[in-house]
Write a protein that binds this ligand. Sequence first.
Ligand code: HEM
Length: 206
Amino acid sequence: MSLTGLFLIVFLVVHCYINAQIFYNDGGTRFDEAAHFMGTNFVIRTVEIGLFAFLILHIIQGLSLWFKNRARRSIKYAVSAGNKTSAWYSRSMALLGTLILLFLIIHLFKFWGPNRLSQLTGNGELKLYDMMKDEFSHLWVVIVYLLGVISLGWHLVHGFYSAFQTLGLGTHRYKQIIKGIGVAFSIIVPLIFALMPISFYMGWVS
Ligand code: HEM
């Protein structure tokens, strides 16, 4: 889980950086250039296959871990220790992961799917910037995106440190540093993502 998780974290950084080009507020020129590169480059397209494979693997691993933990605890605890022994987000990784998955399905149907379909049918790339402008003019879409990135943030708070811990890198010496970087990452990246739909909706970028 940690390796697939770390790969997805790297993807998030690249995705966030490319999309952040919208903040140049230049009518989408820089964003469309970057999106065109990502959408047509052979290496990136090949990595995309790996991305989806890792994503599916990560979900399968997460679900099997969740089911295993449930099965082992066939006799429920008489008293739930609740938040005394573990944080809420670490006990709710499966719930948060499911919310992110729902968000991802909506997200892929809105942008990635139509764009790839247009390319495959020989109609070329779609204007993703204009599509974002259109999609994020609807309040419900903005709300779905905000719920998605908030779930992502919570999921990352636990997942980021957990990945390093599993790889044996979260030892005593580096524990606090890795935890700190993890929390900062889990706030900054979802915040930048959240600013995208908000900025379109509020007309801060046009
Ligand atoms: C909230 C702001 C976000 C915006 C505006 C956004 C926008 C986009 C767009 C326009 C595409 C299509 C790219 C293409 O067709 O080449 C895309 C693809 C994708 N997005 Fe997002 N995205 C956001 C957040 C996220 C988040 C939080 C995740 C993951 C949890 C995510 C995962 C993906 C994936 C897996 C793809 C398909 C793979 C790819 O094209 O590289 N996105 N996104």
